[in-house]
Design a protein around this ligand. Sequence first.
Ligand code: SUD
Ligand code: ADP
Length: 271
Amino acid sequence: MIAYANAKVNIGLHIIDKRADGYHLLESIFYPYPIYDIIELYPKASGKTSLEISGIDLVPDANNLCLRAYHLLSERYSLPPVHIHLHKQIPFGAGLGGGSSDAATVLNMLNAQFAIGLSDRELCIEAARLGADCPFFIVNKPMYATGIGTELTPVDLDLSGRYMVLIKPKVHVSTAEAYRGVSPRSAEFNLIDSVKLPLQDWKFYVKNDFEDSIFLQYPEIQEVKLFLYEHGAVYASMSGSGSTVYGIFDEEVLLDVPEQLGTVYYPKAIQ
Ligand SMILES: C[C@@](CO)(OP(=O)(O)O)[C@H](O)COP(=O)(O)OP(=O)(O)OC[C@H]1O[C@@H](n2ccc(N)nc2=O)[C@H](O)[C@@H]1O
Ligand SMILES: Nc1ncnc2c1ncn2[C@@H]1O[C@H](COP(=O)(O)OP(=O)(O)O)[C@@H](O)[C@H]1O
């Protein structure tokens, strides 16, 4: 069985409070983005569950979210061993949720392959054990996320007529470290109302609270945002805890991105 795991971007992100266990309460819009990891999974007649990774350089250790997703379900449903081949294309430490997407995709694949019969709602509960971003990838439609990111409500936001480009600076940002650098505060503007405004007004109202502290630490990420505005983006923002910055354009663009700024990603259909 082969499946494609897409990325996400965060449209606005307010960090509202910090829980006693250290997790933060937030509001954000999670929006699917069409770049993909490719996952092949098949049952093995014998031996142990194994993971092989190609594409972007990521070492296949026991903490890989593909394996954690397998072990989560195999403990409860005594699944046979499987082999997983992850072809990694979504950059990590990028705010694109690639690891969470892989995990959600493996949960979906196991559920189908072994006819476990879990509903999407039940899969979301399992996914939340693997990461706060993970349930979103089970639903995989534009969602207004609250709580620690696991409470999801469909949101009426359609950017399909626009063109979104990503630039991933060379630096990786650790999510846990990024959360340690922010101070929660009540949101200045209501996010759901703000995204109903014309796109050219978003730059005044749709904010990612991680930007201030991350831009201070990594000015090269802010440079990417300025580059996107200078090259015609109607709206640009860092995604999640970074380091990727996306720009939304009125029409298709081909950007001449200086090598030192980072790697550019254009939306692409599954190949
Ligand atoms: C910031 C966001 C925005 O969508 O995405 P990324 O930038 O990572 O893609 C998410 O909140 C990331 O979610 P996810 O990457 O699944 O986080 P987890 O694995 O659950 O947690 C990693 C660490 O981040 C911190 N964390 C995570 C979520 C949250 N609401 N509050 C937190 O404080 C915790 O320190 C936790 O140990
Ligand atoms: N399948 C996976 N793909 C990417 N990263 C993974 C995976 N499994 C575990 N990780 C770990 O999770 C970290 C965060 O990866 P990822 O979720 O892609 O980025 P982000 O949190 O920036 O969206 C990586 O640095 C890596 O150590």
